[in-house]
Design a protein around this ligand. Structure first.
Ligand code: SF4
Ligand code: ZN
Ligand code: ZN
Length: 326
């Protein structure tokens, strides 16, 4: 085979821009874009993530993964018959959040996708860095708590059918392996292609379940999609996740396709990981959101660092913000 042939797309005579080893395909720009959109389409069908006639809430941070996801969904939503509503959480992380918000606002305008912006400063009068100082908790743990709570509240108040998250194959497998190493088996049950709704909580789906981080990045760059530049100043380097990711990449390098096989296996065995899992049985005595205790984590946090549980105020403010998007 000549080098000229090697560089050709497997599906046409255009030059290949990537070699997808697990699928034994070299693809040109056009066929790569179609391949990824089709893969997400099939993932939605395979795991029954989104149904015809649904309204879905897509959480968009402004990073590569959520930007790629929003773009793909805006294309395939027409074929699958669902409506997309975007959500951006502005946690006030220095200049990084300002740039991310600008990217998301302008991208949603260009796609003509309605966007809900939830601004932490407007809700609580403080930004994430203030909460980090006052609570002395790690930024990423606070960020995760706030995001979970705010997404859940927006999901409920906007009355969408499902919340869509931009976690891709590499993110998910990394968390799965980390939880396995720490033997937090119940946590693995929340890392499948979907997490069912529970009481008033809206379910979550992950249509990039079988799309790798590299594929997401390539999709964004060849489509020229806008993403926030730089990284969050709180990002930790050299974490356990980084080590696990290298390990998974090395196995995939020698066994193309093993990551997708593992992801499918986890999806198949998801009930196994739920054994003994306590569901959120109660509701928070302040804000009424589902919680396993008497007071939810958000109300506990705000009571501790702001002097009162602000869950009820946050819920009513969000209700007002989303009322025009219902
Ligand atoms: Fe949040 Fe941490 Fe990610 Fe920054 S690095 S966006 S603080 S989770
Ligand atoms: Zn081609
Ligand atoms: Zn609460």
């Amino acid at each position: 085979m000549s080098s000229e042939e090697v560089l050709k797309c497997s599906l046409c005579s255009e030059p290949a821009i990537t070699n997808i080893r697990y699928a034994k395909l070299r693809l040109c720009k056009k066929h790569f874009i179609e391949y990824i959109q089709n893969k997400v389409f099939k993932t939605i069908k395979r795991y029954e993530l989104i149904k015809n006639g649904w309204r879905v809430l897509v959480a968009v941070s402004g990073g590569r993964d959520s930007i790629a996801l929003l773009h793909i969904l805006s294309v395939i939503s027409k074929q699958l018959g669902f409506n997309v509503l975007a959500l951006h959480l502005d946690l006030g992380i220095t200049d990084y959040s300002r740039r991310a918000r600008e990217v998301v606002e302008s991208f949603c305008r260009s796609l003509e996708v309605p966007l809900i912006v939830v601004d932490l400063k407007e809700l609580l009068g403080v930004r994430l860095p203030d909460l980090v100082i006052r609570s002395r908790r790690p930024a990423c743990s606070l960020c995760g708590l706030l995001k979970r709570y705010l997404i859940n509240v927006v999901g409920i108040e906007s009355k969408v059918n499902v919340v869509v998250l931009g976690h891709h194959l590499d993110d998910l497998l990394t968390y799965v392996m980390k939880n396995f190493l720490l033997q937090k088996l119940n946590d693995i049950s929340k890392l499948g292609p979907k997490t069912e709704s529970e009481g008033p909580l809206v379910g979550r789906v992950r249509p990039l379940y079988e799309v790798s981080g590299n594929e997401t990045s390539l999709y964004v760059s060849i489509q020229g999609l806008p993403v926030v530049d730089g990284v969050c100043p709180y990002k930790v380097v050299g974490s356990i996740e980084g080590e696990v990711r290298k390990f998974l990449d090395s196995i995939e390098g020698r066994n193309p396709g093993i990551k997708i096989a593992l992801a499918r296996g986890i999806a198949k065995n998801i009930e196994f990981y739920k054994v003994g899992l306590r569901s959120n049985v109660g509701t928070c005595r302040y804000c009424g959101m589902p919680t396993s205790g008497d007071v939810c984590a958000f109300c506990k946090l705000t009571e501790k660092v702001l002097g009162s549980s602000t869950g009820p105020i946050v819920r009513s403010k969000i209700k007002e913000v989303v009322s025009s998007y219902r």
